[in-house]
Every structure is written in C-alpha cells, then in structure tokens.
Write a protein that binds this ligand. Structure first.
Ligand SMILES: Cc1ncc(C[n+]2csc(CCOP(=O)(O)OP(=O)(O)O)c2C)c(N)n1
Ligand SMILES: [Mg+2]
Length: 325
C-alpha cells in the first residue's frame, strides 16, 4: 500500500466509506438482478472500487466523467446517490436517467457524470472532447475517461490519446486493467499488456499503479489532475486490478480463468486491506469502521426501498427528454 498522501483521518475514512458504498450497492444490485428486479445486463464493479474512489476524490462536479458498461461505481463516486442508481436499474421514474436508460446509461450532468455506455471505446474520445472544451473555455476543468483493458485495443484509444497529447488537453485516461475483456485474456489480445507503456509512446505522461490500493490511485490522480489543470496536458493512469464477480450478472464465470487466480485476487481486496492498514497504522479503530458499516447498510436499505416503491415512467411521457425543450 502506498504511504504517500498525508490526509486527515476524515479524508482517509471518506475513501473507505466511498469504496464500501460502491461494494454494498453492487452486492444489492446483484441480488436484485437474481430476483428479477433488473431488466437487462448488470456488470458489477466488485473488486475494482479503489479506482473510481481514488480518481473521483480529486474531481468537482464541473469535471466531466465518461464511463463504460461497468459504470455504477464511477457514477456513485462522482456523486450520484445510490438510490438514484438502484432506481435507474429497476427502470423507475426516480432513477438518475428517469428510468429510461438503465445500467449502461447513467447520466447526471449536475454532478458531471456524463454517461455510462455499453459501447466499448467512445468514452475515450468523449473525455478528449471534454478536455478540448475546457481548453477552449479556459475554465480549468478536466475530462476523465474510465475504460477497460479491452477498450485499449479499440481505435478510439489511438485517436483519443494522440489528439489529447498533441494539443496538451486536460484529460485523464484511467484504464482499469482487470486482465480480461469478457472472457478474453488481455495477454492474448495484445503483445504489450502494459497500457501505461503504450500511452508513453503517444508522448504523454503515464503511470501504472496497484489499482486495488486506493491511496496509490489517489496519489497518481492527484499528480495527473494538477498537471492537467496547470496546462501540462494529459495523463494515462493504468490501474492493475481484477473483477471478482462474473463479467455480468447471470453469466457463467468459468473456463477462461482459474479458481486459484480468482482466490489470489480476492485476498487483495481493496476494501478489507485498506481497513487493516488504517488500523495497523493507528489512523482509525474498529469502532470507526463499524459506524461506517452501519451508515452504509442503512443508506443502501433505504435506497432499495425507495427504488422498489418508485413508479415506472408514465407511458404518456415516452417522447419527453428526447429533444431539448
Ligand atoms: C464496440 C464494442 N465492441 C464489443 C462489445 C462487446 N463487449 C461488451 S463488454 C466487452 C469487454 C470489455 O472489456 P474491458 O474493456 O476490458 O472492460 P471490462 O468488462 O473488463 O471492465 C465487450 C467486448 C461492445 N459492447 N462494444
Ligand atoms: Mg477488462
């Protein structure tokens, strides 16, 4: 675990609370999917919570985040409340996209969550566009793209990184390298599995960090954001991580990775290891974590009830929100 940042106790615990909120939301969504409450696909972020948490801790609502099919954690870390995420996946009118989008269309411009997307790759270009907008307006904001190892083999990766580099755009490319694209190993899909190394060949700043260490991610992002806001251009942060659930809920999770590999990564759990570290270092005690556990449990229970009791969108409003009013 990284030792670097000197945070207050509240800041250390806020990172823990955010990771736990993502974990508990995802666990609830997985259960709800099994119970038939969620139409469509549901890709959870379990095991990867440290990346969204460490990255978004440096962003304001004016910074624009673009995300993927595995985007619940990004939306939560950017400030979308769990009740609005759960209601959206349930297809309810109170959801963040008013029940019209679902898991892969979480959109909340109020907090700078500019959309999750089921199309692998374009978020890289959209974040580059946000960086270009920032540069034209000179407003000091940054564009952030979260994407997987699989997306780094998409043409959008080349176009986005190249453009951001030549124009010194304030963009942070966050590659969540979980070693697989669905069931295809990254080591099969590319001859260079070091995504940060690939980014440096575009002439940009890049680093690879332990994506299961929230402080390492926090540090890397702190430096990247400072550079971007100061006009020094883009950075790619590669977080080495692993998803510990199936690619999507209800899919088989065998035949492409070994049980041993999965178990080894479960031991590297970003949340329990961070908790142990804060206790060992005397930064927090068991009571602090019990309180956070209880708060998060209550929040997710309330969010679930809210979602279950919310109405579906009125069919008479089906053409609303398609064009600007
Ligand atoms: C352009 C495009 N190609 C293929 C797919 C099918 N698809 C959905 S998720 C996925 C894997 C993506 O892997 P990665 O980018 O590593 O993200 P992860 O699921 O590992 O988080 C693929 C190929 C798609 N949705 N969009
Ligand atoms: Mg992947």
């Amino acid at each position: 675990m990284s030792n670097a940042p000197h945070l207050s106790k509240d800041q250390y615990l806020a990172l823990y609370r955010q990771m736990l909120e993502i974990r508990r939301t995802e666990e609830q969504l997985a259960k709800s999917h099994q119970a038939g409450l969620i139409p469509g696909a549901c890709h959870t972020y379990v095991g990867e919570e440290a990346i969204a948490t460490g990255v978004c801790a440096h962003l304001t609502h004016k910074d624009a985040v673009f995300s993927t099919h595995r985007g619940h954690g990004h939306a939560l870390a950017k400030g979308v409340p769990p009740r609005e995420v759960i209601a959206e996946l349930f297809g309810r009118a109170t959801g963040v996209s008013r029940g019209r989008g679902g898991s892969m269309h979480l959109f909340s411009p109020e907090v700078g969550m500019m959309g999750t997307s089921g199309i692998v790759g374009p978020c890289i270009l959209q974040a580059t566009g946000a960086g270009y907008t920032s540069k034209l307006l000179g407003n000091g904001t940054v564009g952030v793209a979260f994407f997987g190892d699989g997306a780094s083999n998409n043409g959008a990766f080349h176009e986005g990184l190249n453009l951001a580099a030549i124009w010194d755009l304030p963009v942070i490319f966050v590659c969540e390298n979980n070693m697989y694209a669905t069931e295809v190993a990254f080591s099969y899909a590319t001859r260079n599995t070091e995504v940060a190394e690939r980014a440096t060949t575009y002439g940009m700043n890049a680093c690879a960090v332990d994506g299961n260490d929230v402080l390492a991610v926090y540090d890397a992002m702190g430096e990247a954001v400072s550079r971007a806001r100061a006009g020094y251009g883009p950075t790619l942060i590669e977080g080495k991580t692993y998803r510990t659930r199936a690619h999507a809920e209800g899919m088989r999770d065998a035949g492409y990775r070994t049980a041993e590999e999965l178990e080894a990564w479960k031991l590297r759990d970003p949340i329990s290891n961070y908790r142990a570290k804060l206790i060992t270092q005397g930064i927090a005690n068991e009571g602090d974590f019990e309180q956070i556990e209880a708060d998060v449990k209550a929040k997710i229970e309330e969010a679930l009830e809210f979602a279950k009791n919310s109405p579906y969108p009125d069919p008479a409003t089906v053409t609303n929100y398609i064009y600007s009013q």
